[in-house]
Structure formats: structure tokens, C-alpha cells
Design a protein around this ligand. Structure first.
Ligand SMILES: [Cu+2]
Length: 153
């Protein structure tokens, strides 16, 4: 395993000097929770300068983090877990309410507006994985209503 890894590193150093994709994450935010709510969502804009895939998200502050997608199924909005989110080269991928999002689950304490949720993203590009650290600042839910995308939890 060690040998393979070293060989892979060496090979990439020779043939691909800049193997890591440049990932930029902007406008990262998380939704502040309503009383009694133990799930929330985190959203952001991600751009990569090479074809890449977001493989996972985790947080030291959240017991369980999943990547979800919301889609219309007939006239019903459904949410499902996804294994990866494609980050096509040069395209801004939006994680937003109603689309792809990062689900923050089993929250032990509420998320208040202004809290900062650290997120660790694992991104794969060209067969290599890299870590992207993101800080999502919590915002209050708009209009104070129950966020639609969390009704199914
Ligand atoms: Cu979700």
C-alpha cells in the first residue's frame, strides 16, 4: 500500500505537476434551526478548475452529515442521498435549497444565526483526493417558516 502510494505520487509529480484541482467555495452558509429541529442544511457555490467530484462532507460539529439531492418526482418533491456530486471543470455548482445540499443531521444542539459550522469536503479529481475546508455561517430561516426541504425528515 505504502509503495503504491509513493509510486503514484512520484508518477503524478512527473507527469502532472499540478494534480490537485483548484477548488473554490464561496457563499457557504448553513440554515439556523427552529426550536426542536435536529436537522438542517448547508449550502454553497463550488467551482473547480478541473473535472472533479465531491465525494463526501463531514463536520466535527455535526454528528452525521450526508449529501442530498432534492428533485421533483411527478409533483412531489423528494430528497435522496447521493454518493457524489459532479463538479465539472469551470462550472459553478450550486448547493442550494431545492437542489443539491449538505444535510446536517442528529444535531445535539441548535444552530443559531451567526454560528460557524466547519465542514470538511473530500474532492476527487484525476483519481486523487483532496480535502477542502469550508466554514459555513448560519443564517436564520427566511420568513420563519419550516424549511420545505426538511419536512420529510
Ligand atoms: Cu436533505
Amino acid at each position: 500500500m505504502k509503495t503504491t502510494f509513493a509510486a503514484a505520487l512520484l508518477a503524478s509529480a512527473v507527469s502532472l505537476p499540478a494534480w490537485a484541482a483548484n477548488i473554490s467555495v464561496t457563499d457557504a452558509w448553513a440554515r439556523a434551526t427552529m426550536p426542536g429541529q435536529s436537522v438542517s442544511g448547508a449550502y454553497m457555490q463550488i467551482q473547480s478548475d478541473a473535472d472533479a467530484r465531491l465525494l463526501s462532507a463531514s463536520s466535527p460539529a455535526v454528528p452525521r452529515v450526508e449529501m442530498h439531492e432534492m428533485k421533483m418526482d411527478g409533483d412531489v418533491m423528494r430528497m435522496r442521498e447521493v454518493k457524489a456530486i459532479d463538479l465539472p471543470k469551470g462550472k459553478t455548482v450550486s448547493l442550494e435549497p431545492g437542489g443539491f445540499h449538505i444535510m446536517l443531521m442528529n444535531l445535539k444542539k441548535p444552530i443559531a444565526a451567526g454560528d460557524v459550522i466547519p465542514l470538511t469536503l473530500v474532492v476527487e479529481s484525476g483519481g486523487k483526493q483532496q480535502i477542502v475546508e469550508v466554514k459555513a455561517e448560519a443564517r436564520a430561516p427566511m420568513g420563519g417558516g419550516m424549511p420545505m426541504q426538511h419536512n420529510q425528515h
